[in-house]
Design a binder for this molecule. Structure first.
Ligand SMILES: [Mg+2]
Length: 260
């Protein structure tokens, strides 16, 4: 589709809108343009650790206008998915506040005793004990659900283990395979489009990661824009099996293109 004609945007955060604790140059101008043109957008993040309120606050502190209602996390998608499987069931959670809050707000019961589901999100206090509880529950019949499968995450100290690493441990220990919810899976994209109110054919998914953002677009039939402000490089994009529809240095360049 022509760059100018997208009717909605799904926007990755880390590496796309901000890096570390700083906004990517041009990001706020791009968002201001979308608001001015009344083009709807959602911040779509695989990060399950923070609540939408915390994500919005972090953006505001970087000078980016944002509300909690504009944020859709893999925790929200996971809670939505679980609600469709079984209402208010017992769940054993490995994960942080963002995930726990979403599950509790939908009425799930967090327990170690005979859960119907084991849900795994990033957890900086992951331990052998949590692994053992999760594996035992899955062996006893609980379904294994993962907020996302990111292998590694960028940090100030280089790459650190992502949730995919924790899920792999639970898979090996339990002998079961997880159902993944976050990007690049279609589940989170379907829910996000439902919230955004736009269609696959005229919505653009934007991100810095070929494996999550760009593959999410391909898996769900959305055009994609790779920005080169984060994880993947132009060379990566040329080698990767799934090609982005568009590539831009950053959102500032993309803004010039859609305003040209
Ligand atoms: Mg990213």
């Amino acid at each position: 589709m022509n760059s100018k004609n997208y009717k909605g945007y799904l926007l990755d955060l880390d590496g796309t809108i901000y890096r570390g604790t700083e906004a990517v140059p041009g990001a706020e101008a791009f968002l201001a343009h979308l608001r001015e043109e009344q083009i709807p957008y959602l911040f779509l993040t695989n990060n399950s650790s923070a609540t939408p309120q915390q994500v919005a606050k972090r953006l505001q502190q970087m000078g980016i206008e944002a509300t909690a209602d504009e944020v859709y996390t893999s925790s929200m998608a996971t809670a939505q998915y679980l609600s469709e499987q079984a209402d208010q069931a017992e769940v054993y959670v490995i994960g942080e506040e963002g995930l726990r809050t979403e599950l509790l707000s939908r009425g799930f019961i967090l327990t170690e005793e005979e859960p119907k589901f084991v849900v795994v999100g990033i957890d900086k206090e992951f331990s052998y004990e949590k692994l053992a509880i999760a594996a035992r529950a899955v062996r006893n019949g609980a379904a294994l659900i993962a907020t996302n499968g990111d292998a590694a995450l960028p940090s100030n100290h280089g790459l650190i283990p992502g949730n995919g690493s924790l899920v792999a441990a639970v898979e090996v220990a339990s002998g079961a395979k997880a159902t993944f919810i976050g990007k690049p899976e279609p589940i989170i994209v379907r829910y996000a489009l439902g919230k955004l109110g736009t269609h696959t054919g005229d919505t653009l998914i934007v991100g810095d990661n070929l494996h999550t953002d760009i593959e999410a677009g391909a898996n769900s039939g959305l055009d994609s824009l790779l920005v080169l402000t984060g994880y993947s490089t132009r060379e990566d994009a040329q080698r990767h099996a799934v090609r982005p529809t568009h590539v831009a240095e950053d959102l500032a360049e993309w803004l010039l293109r859609i305003k040209a």
